[in-house]
Design a protein around this ligand. Structure first.
Ligand code: MD6
Ligand code: FE
Length: 214
């Protein structure tokens, strides 16, 4: 289906902006090439839940001066270095910085680009992103590779949810009154997109975040 054909009539709550097919096929390929390069320097790691140490099914890495990490001992936080290599996170691709400038009004650059890799069967439970000091800043998400079922809820965990699919090239922003909405990924749809060979089958999602107040 073309980006056009699936872009009509998707009412979103205030503060939730969905840009269907925002990246062309060529832009998606170019960004995936940059992500492949980032992942060679900062390999995907398995984050673990605070306290229980239970592994996430999603593997992660980061780009930019700060990266989101989680382990049993210290929990969710931002760190300037990779938890396994100890090296600084690779620089954020210009393409992503430009996308942030074009689509947000925020007066400072994103500091963290969290890269999530979903193999078939991986999912992301309903959560709120609250580890940032700059909660007034938007979070901008870019989807690449396979499509996925995204669930968007309310401010309270048990509020009703809506679901829609995110496809490669889609950009989703949560800001203002939607910044603290619960959300998650129920599943990905294998066979609906391609990633560079070394990443295997699956989906990549990159979320751009401002962590500290400028
Ligand atoms: C994902 N996205 O699409 C997970 N968070 O794989 C997120 O958790 C997310 O899409 C904040 C804002 C937008 C998002
Ligand atoms: Fe999130």
């Amino acid at each position: 289906m073309s980006a056009q054909a699936r872009s009509f009539n998707e009412p979103m709550p205030e503060g939730t902006r969905l840009y269907r097919g925002r990246l062309s096929a060529a832009q998606q390929d170019a960004l995936l090439t940059e992500v492949a390069c980032i992942l060679r320097a900062a390999p995907l790691f398995v984050p673990r839940m605070p306290k229980t140490g239970r592994p996430f099914s999603v593997r992660m890495s980061n780009t930019g001066p700060l990266g989101w990490v989680s382990d049993k001992e210290k929990g969710y936080r931002y760190e300037p270095v990779h938890p396994e290599t100890g090296a600084p996170w690779p620089a954020m691709p210009d393409m992503l910085l430009r996308l942030w400038e074009e689509l947000t009004d925020y007066p400072a650059s994103p500091e963290a680009g969290l890269i999530n890799h979903y193999a078939p069967g991986a999912r992301m439970g309903l959560h709120v992103d609250v580890d940032e000091e700059a909660l007034e800043a938007p979070i901008l998400s870019v989807s690449l590779g396979c499509s996925a079922r995204f669930r968007l809820g309310g401010l309270k965990r048990r509020d009703p949810t809506i679901s829609f699919d995110l496809h490669g090239g889609d950009v989703l922003i949560l800001e203002g009154p939607s910044r603290l909405r619960h959300h998650g990924i129920d599943r990905i749809y294998p066979g609906t997109g391609v990633l560079p060979e070394e990443m295997g089958e699956g989906r990549i999602n990159i979320t751009l975040r401002r962590v500290r107040r400028p």
